[in-house]
Design a protein around this ligand. Sequence first.
Ligand code: 0A1
Ligand code: ZN
Length: 870
Amino acid sequence: MSVLSPVAKKRSDYRAPDFLIDHVDMAFHLDVTQTRVISTSRFTRNGQHQSPLVLDGENLQLISVTINGEPVTDYHQSDEHLTLNINQNDFELCIETRINPQENKTLEGLYFSGGAYCTQCEAEGFRKITYFLDRPDVLAKYDVTIFADKTRYPHMLSNGNQIDKGELDDGRHWVKWQDPFKKPSYLFALVAGNFDLLTDRFVTQSGRSVALELYVDKGALDKGHHALASLKKAMAWDEQVFGLEYDLDIYMIVAVDFFNMGAMENKGLNVFNSKFVLADAESATDDDFFNIEAVIGHEYFHNWTGNRVTCRDWFQLSLKEGLTVFRDQQFSADMSSPVFNRIKNVQIIREHQFAEDASAMAHPIRPEEVIEMNNFYTVTVYDKGAEVIRMMHTLLGAAGFRQGMDLYFSRFDGQAVTCDDFVQAMQDATQVDLSQFRRWYSQSGTPKVKVTDSFDAKTGVYHIDFTQNTPPTADQKVKQNLHIPFKFELLDEKGNSISDDSVPELSAKMIELTSRVHRITVTGLQAKPTPSLLHDFSAPIKVDYAYSHQQLSNIILYSGDDFARWDASQRLYSRCIHNLAISPDTPDDELLDSMLQAVQGIFDIADVNPALAGAMLSLPSFETLSQQVDEIQVEALYHAQRSVRNLIATTLSDQWSTLYHKQAVVPYRYVADDVDSRRLRNLSLSYLVQAGAPQSSDILLAQFAQADNMTDCLGVLKAAQFGELKQFDQLMEQFETRWRHDPLVLDKWFALHANMERSDILVRLPLLLSHDKFSLDNPNRVRSVLGSFAFYNVLGFHAVDGSGYKFLADYILKLNSVNPQVAARIITPLTQWQKFDEKRRELMRYQLARIADCQDLSKDLIEKVSKSLN
Ligand code: 0A1
Ligand code: ZN
């Protein structure tokens, strides 16, 4: 690790900026290796002080500085700052810098890839473009003029409206953009290239016509329709649900192949990873179509939650991200099956967020300390952040939440604010006391609620106790009681929900837990009820209750909450799997029988609620199972999961066959009913293949030959891979030949290979990485090979000789100098060593130490590695 460890910034150290900038005029003379950037900003001193002006800047070649037109040479330049002593209170500062977009493989700042220029400024990328006050609480208006060669870069875009353009004699042209809204530098964007353009219009509720423009690679126009349709749905939804209308006359989206994240909400000019824009039936799966709609929605919703009202400092990231994820989740739920969507949200929390809480990277949704901000675009800030917003929605009700949102916008439009400001608006609008609730922002970790109950058959009195406790996390030892909305019901023996007017929590079907223990007493009962707990996953917590198998089956069949039914099915599977992992030679037949009977019952649900049935027939993932135990026994858990799946596959193979053949095969359309049906069909296929059912490989090959869409095609490949069919390699070859030219499909091919549970996987992986289409420069490709392997190839990554860990570490060291942000993301599985057996813990820590020893380690990796080795 470098000798000088970078210092962490603390939330408590926030100070208002010494200077403000109200206007910036920028000129970009684009050149692949020598782009000139001239920025002229109007500064004012903020308050009475004599402090110098300290501007942020990285990797910039400084050409000149003038103040009010006068050249300045009395400045101090360091690796990260430009410091100027200035006496004036108001002045104009003009700075010329030069940058090299082609060399910029970090994909932060201005970079050149795939023949186009593109920027990414969140969180702190603007400082790689020019010296600036690169912090979200400095809000300025921007005028941007772009100069470049006309033939190669016919499209030159920036935020706001195009106000002027012209041509030069040397084959270059220029375009001037003006953004009428004040914005922080992280929302700045510039794109220049030669694209195909798809256009449309949206008329807002107040009757304004907005031009919609979608820029894609040449030849990809047909794949942009779903994204554009999704955008229009999102615009209409935000008007209906939150009364929020788009504010500019133009909304542009550009799809690029090289992008570190999913997409970016730059004002009026979103930049997207092409994975979240391009889709057609043949090349994209139902999940791809779903994700495109969700991400398009997410970025669009940021226009109000993030752009109009932004974050005061980066510790407040969840202010915009938690809220915007909540909004995109609600949007997705309204567009298709609410329960299926809720299950997806919860799976992310249980698989990834709980794992983060259990690791050295544990942090509250509003972190206290940060070395590299890019490391905090986490499932905790985003997805747990969304759960915290959802809990407020639950506590205040939909109408109260809307009042809170209205007040938030009327108070803070055009400002940079804090999470506290948001909660205060919610509280002031509804008079609901959220003082204890605020702890969700400062406390990390996964709270546990232990539920115990007792019933006295003689008196008919039933007590149920809820006890909360948040175990200590790596970052925070002492925990306080939280305000937890806990939805539940009590079911009688017939599966009816018990109501009792004298118990308000029963009528409300919710108890608000605030102290350590809460008790509810119900009288006059004939028999002990079944508590159906944490309906709709009303809080991001773990619940511990000793359900009998029978009670779980009751909930599966009768609970009024579909989420709870799914959750009970998962508990039943988990129980069978853990049980078998502990004693593989003495299976609990009674438990397995009741599980199989429950599955039989779920087949009937498929006709009425295919989305729910699809989720209920799927076993918990290895990652979810891992979060249910203190120490992960890799092989035992993995094989137990496979055995239970095998049992379900073989015992019920007739039912799987019936379910498979019941699904009508229709020409591809992305509509909810067809999506649900394809899901059931492909799920059945994989069970059939796993059972080695007669004709299963004929069915599989026929589906591969006949599929008119990627969902069914990939369904075959996944089934063949999971079932370890001999045809797998051959099908993969055919697939590669057909799709070599399509990067997004090829990513799926790479991921399938990297996920293969084969004993020779570590011999095959290097071959994959020497494939002519593999490149460390392309984050999607890196994620599809190294990410898939490290996150999902259980036996390969956790190979007991440590070869999987070493393999990942080798590539992280290579990526460190290319793209530190991506390197720091895919190191996550190594940092989660805490729950593994001692031998693996050692091996994982050994690789982390190897990475730590590297000379020029990026801040991103230093932060993660040093925390993990502590
Ligand atoms: N704000 C974006 C996510 C994002 C964050 C950082 C990036 O580069 C370092 C890029 C995108 C969102 O929430 O969609
Ligand atoms: Zn976001």
